[in-house]
Design a binder for this molecule. Structure first.
Ligand code: ADP
Ligand code: MG
Length: 640
């Protein structure tokens, strides 16, 4: 009988046994699968030699098909052919319905959090459609590698939120794939390039900053990364996932309609045909100076046009220039000068457009890098990472860091946001901060987790709410409540709270039912910049209000306890009037007025406070008053 082999989790059971793992670029438009064979990463091709699997699924009466085959149906059976499903994954019904150019019908069986699409083979969810694409990639991999996969690294756009990441994992599960890790696409591209450069004598040094510019079919991402001996640190990311090659196609469709004097394109098949023609023309113009667009429509109209690269450039230049705003933003976020960027890497099929290359080169003031096939680079990087995570390279030193795209924080008194993890913090990360109670005898604390850049809760996105209960009654400010925010490597957040004196704990995993669209994230970021000054005022006002209320409460509870003992009626009346003035100031919206009313009270009550001190009532306050509080009080955390 053979001896049992014992191995550590994550380690290969035998030193020479290679564990089959793949990297998957699950794209909006195109998907690819790659693996590491004999030490180098290669994309896996079908029998015809195609590496790219179009992210298209057709559902007919007798089953489904994926990729190139499904793409054929886009023309003949558009209503049952689903493309760009990545734009719908992890989105709400409302968001899906708001999407334009959807050929398939949203099914009536949909619910608000789970949109379904109507097909001849029954209603399907976007996650299920995604799973079909993953299944196709999985079987391609298992066929060509000749065995079962231990797992996959799947890439997602940097701006994917919790819900979208979770939905991607769900799709993998349905496809029978074990997710070793979700990886941001630009980071994957950097891994591919970093290793490539390390091997060559290259123009990229160690410890240098690179920009990853990814313009695909449906998304745009820009990331700044610092590379240092196999360690990639994402310094900043930005993007616009509602901008891609599809938009170039759309601009060209408009031009075709105008030039061929077509006023209406109602037939879905005609619409698809014109789109397909526009895309081919666009792709042709990346290598040719001129191209022909010839098409006969079902409606009888004929299209016979010729298009020059210069004309095309004019049509798409505004769209390409739109990518430069996020480029500026990452430079600002990372506080990096353009001159510090050692390389600008081109990723995504659309970066083949010559005008794009020259505009981006101009922006970064250097020739952009295009050495690795822009279609394959993300899958290749993911494959390299998968190889390490599967335990095939136990001595690999490559560690990977990513960033949180938006700040994560907690609501504090006055509707303010206390940011615990600032935007662009590298993840995985855990950050703790201590809070305390606002009221004497407060026994519960309401924790409200928010995401966003603004100072006020009302302007941020609510992620989750939970309560920390059974805090032993103490004077306000005495409990020490430690709140920990933890973001794992996949970008998923867990928040926990513990009261240190008593040890009571509470925690929550943040998995919102549906997340923010990329456009919403963009908007939140832009809003936060536009309203920075306004927010500062709002924060100052809210802080003064909280402070004012605290002062009133403290004074009133003291007055109730021993006002008569230490004050004559005149003094008492004066304090009451100062108190009333402060109350009125708090109702208003001038922080300075509140501040001076607080100062007046502090000044006006100085003698009273002194008398109380002398009578050592401090002890009394700490000991007695708390015992009298019977009700359980819930309040927001207060900064310590
Ligand atoms: P995604 O990451 O969104 O799946 P890809 O990186 O695969 O997208 O890029 C797909 C886009 O690239 C499509 O819009 C396609 O038309 C465009 N594309 C592919 N080849 C070329 C080319 N030669 N010239 C211009 N655009 C191209
Ligand atoms: Mg891509």
């Amino acid at each position: 009988m053979a001896l049992l082999q014992i191995s550590e989790p994550g380690q290969a059971p035998a030193p020479h046994q290679h564990r089959l793992a793949v990297g998957i670029d699950l794209g909006t438009t195109n998907s690819l699968v790659a693996t590491v064979r004999s030490g180098s990463a290669t994309v896996l091709r079908d029998a015809q030699g195609h590496a790219i699997v179009p992210s298209v699924v057709n559902y007919s009466g007798d089953g489904s098909c994926v990729g190139r085959e499904a793409q054929q149906y886009a023309l003949t059976d558009p209503l049952n052919t689903i493309s760009s499903v990545k734009r719908m994954v992890g989105k709400s019904l409302e968001e899906v319905q708001g999407q334009q150019g959807l050929a398939v019908k949203v099914a009536t069986s949909s619910t608000a959090s789970s949109p379904r699409l109507h097909t001849a083979a029954g209603d399907v969810t976007p996650v299920e459609v995604s799973a079909e694409i993953l299944k196709e990639l999985r079987s391609r991999a298992e066929e060509s590698l000749g065995g079962e996969l231990v797992g996959a690294v799947i890439t997602v756009p940097a701006y994917f939120d919790d819900a979208q990441r979770q939905a991607t994992k769900d799709a993998a599960k349905i496809a029978g794939l074990h997710v070793l890790r979700l990886l941001n696409e630009p980071t994957a591209a950097a891994i591919a390039y970093g290793l490539d450069k390390k091997l060559s004598s290259g123009d990229v040094d160690n410890d240098s900053i690179v920009a990853i510019y990814d313009f695909g079919g449906g998304t745009f991402d820009i990331s700044l990364l610092r590379m240092n001996r196999g360690l990639f640190e994402v310094l900043a990311t930005a993007g616009d996932t509602a901008l891609g090659g599809d938009d170039l196609d759309n601009a060209l469709v408009q031009w075709i309609k105008k030039s061929a004097a077509i006023t209406e394109l109602t037939e879905p098949a005609d619409l698809r045909a014109v789109h397909a023609a526009a895309r081919s023309a666009k792709e042709a113009l990346s290598s040719a100076d001129t191209t022909e667009i010839k098409l006969a429509l079902l409606s009888g109209a004929e299209i016979n046009l010729s298009l020059e690269r210069n004309q095309f450039n004019e049509l798409v230049e505004p769209l390409i220039r739109r990518t430069l705003a996020p480029c500026r933003r990452v430079l600002r976020d990372a506080a990096i000068e353009k001159s510090a960027i050692k390389a600008a890497v081109m990723v995504g099929g659309s970066t083949r457009v010559p005008l794009l290359r020259s505009l981006v080169s101009e922006f970064f003031e250097q020739e952009v890098l295009t050495d690795i096939d822009p279609d394959e680079v993300v899958a290749v990087g993911a494959a390299l990472q998968a190889d390490i995570l599967a335990g095939n390279k136990p001595d690999a030193e490559m560690l990977l860091l990513d960033v949180a795209p938006l700040s994560l924080g907690l609501e504090t008194m006055g509707g303010l946001v206390e940011k615990i993890i600032p935007r662009n913090t590298t993840i995985p990360i855990a950050r703790a901060q201590e809070f305390t109670t606002h009221k004497d005898g407060q026994t519960a604390m309401a924790l409200h987790v928010v995401q966003g850049e603004r100072e006020m809760v009302a302007d941020c996105r609510s992620l989750a709410r939970f309560e920390l209960r059974d805090i032993p009654p103490m004077v306000a400010g005495k409990p020490r409540i430690q709140v920990v925010f933890q973001v794992d490597a996949d970008g998923l957040l867990t928040v926990s709270a513990i009261e240190r004196e008593s040890g009571v704990v509470a925690s929550i995993d943040v998995k919102p039912s549906y997340g923010l669209s990329d456009a919403q994230i963009e908007k939140m970021l832009l809003d936060s910049m536009a309203s920075a000054t306004q927010d500062m005022h709002a924060r100052k006002l809210a802080e003064q209000k909280v402070e004012g209320e605290r002062v009133i409460e403290a004074l009133q509870s003291a007055l109730q306890a021993d006002g008569e003992r230490f004050l004559d009626p005149d003094e008492r009346a004066q304090l009451d009037s100062l108190c009333a003035t402060l109350k009125t100031a708090i109702e208003g919206d001038d922080a300075d007025i509140i501040k001076s009313a607080i100062a007046d009270i502090e000044h006006g009550s100085a003698q009273y406070v002194e008398r109380r001190m002398n009578a050592s009532v401090r002890e009394f306050m700490a000991g007695q008053s708390i015992g009298n509080v019977e009700e359980s009080l819930t309040g927001r955390p207060e900064k310590t």
